[in-house]
Design a protein around this ligand. Structure first.
Ligand code: GCU
Length: 400
């Protein structure tokens, strides 16, 4: 009886953990004065202690090293091989949104070793355009209704009409096609094509699978004449924003990255231990990152990397990060500092960052900078305000 009682108590706590609610023993630090002193790994020094002074050394030596460090220790390998990628247009409507856009519902099928994976892509392309257009691709980690192709349900999480009116295409894939977001079923997607990953300590997990899926959508864009595949912006919110960063770092075909409220193991510096921590994220979401990452649960100072290095791996491409005032869990200050740290890599390309020394005031968007940023008033979410600024930021860089 006693045994049964403790088992059910244990499973209760496990349930609490899995659902991402407050972990009984976890107290997040929200006090800036309690952020421990920390030393970040140097961006411009190779693992063999060589100084990186030019973009050639960055590209040939240091950047690949950084990608390998993230693969081995955080997000896992990014398998690139597949036998076949085909796509079919399941539904097309040239007079969607009252004639303003063409809707395409595309099924991308990827086959490897006779296993097949189907990824559903929803895409709206503005009709009033003469040539191929840039596209925003959202890695949707929330309900599928947010990206409703019929538009009977509209949501600021993916404000397709606003984006179309601005002259951009907008697309979305859903994480459940790639790795369902739960501790058991995450294997039922991309990982069926790459079963070896499951037994490797540096094997891909859910966040890696979502990023992988974004690259397959990009494979499709390269074949769609309506899309300018050299101008694809990968966008993600929160856990999706961790994946958008990883996708942009791994796949240099992405022209731009947007990471919205991505927090821990996204854009925020792990060593600050402010809000969510590495140990907490690995415990509550054990299916997100490679097994190796768990070694650092209570030893973040020993990580051979921090998240500023992921931002830097996206350079010289423009990157936009956001936070929200009521979302201290995602460590706004640690996100801004991460961007600041990465400036020196943009400088190797002669690109001047216009970021101020401290985070801008609330609701002030820095869009004229290679590292764009805003902290919006409000909750942890992806909103119309955020999207309007993504469009402004893209328009600066795509000169539209
Ligand atoms: C949880 C998790 C975060 C994540 C967020 C989200 O709060 O701890 O790391 O970013 O969910 O995806 O909304």
């Amino acid at each position: 009886m006693q045994y049964i009682k403790s088992v059910s108590l244990a499973s209760f706590f496990l349930l609490v953990l899995v659902q991402g609610q407050a972990q009984p023993s976890f107290q997040a630090n929200y006090d800036e004065s309690k952020v421990p002193p920390y030393t970040l790994p140097e961006l411009l020094k190779t693992t063999t202690n060589r100084e990186v002074r030019d973009k050639e050394t960055w590209e040939k030596v240091r950047r690949p090293e950084i990608i390998t460090l993230f693969e081995e220790n955080v997000y896992g390998q990014m398998p690139k091989a597949y036998d076949r990628l085909t796509y079919s247009i399941k539904n097309k409507n040239t007079s969607a949104m009252g004639g303003k856009a063409t809707l395409k519902e595309v099924v991308i099928e990827v086959v490897r070793n006779s296993k097949s994976l189907k990824i559903n892509l929803v895409l709206f392309v503005p009709n009033q355009q003469t040539g191929p257009v840039p596209v925003f691709l959202l890695i949707n980690n929330r309900g599928k209704d947010n990206t409703d192709p019929t538009r009977s349900h509209k949501s600021d999480f993916w404000p397709a009409e606003t984006v179309i009116d601005s002259g951009y295409a907008i697309a979305a894939i859903h994480v459940s096609d790639l790795a369902p977001d739960d501790t058991v079923n995450y294997v039922n997607g991309v990982l069926q094509l790459y079963p070896d990953q499951l037994t490797a300590n540096d094997g891909m997990r859910a966040i890696g699978a979502w990023a992988w899926g974004a690259s397959r959508a990009l494979d499709y864009f390269e074949k769609d004449a309506a899309i300018d595949a050299r101008k694809v912006v990968v966008v993600g919110h929160s856990r999706g924003g961790k994946a958008s960063l990883w996708a942009a770092a791994e796949d240099q075909r992405f022209a731009m990255c947007v990471t919205n409220c991505s927090g821990n193991t996204g854009a925020a510096l792990s060593r600050r231990g402010f809000g969510e921590t590495v140990s907490r994220i690995n415990t509550v979401f054990p299916h997100w990152f490679a097994t190796n990452y768990k070694k650092f649960n209570n030893k973040v100072a020993e990580l051979p990397l921090d998240q500023h290095m992921l931002i830097a791996a996206i350079a010289p491409r423009p990157l936009y990060a956001t936070n929200a005032t009521k979302d201290l869990w995602a460590d706004p200050r640690g996100t801004f500092l991460s961007l600041k740290q990465a400036e020196i890599v943009y400088a190797l390309y002669g690109i001047k960052s216009n970021l101020p020394a401290n985070p801008p005031v609330v609701n002030h968007a820095i869009v004229r900078a290679p590292l764009g940023y805003h902290i919006r008033e409000g909750e942890h979410n992806l909103t119309a305000f955020d999207w309007i600024n993504f469009v402004k930021f893209a328009s600066v860089y795509f000169k539209r």
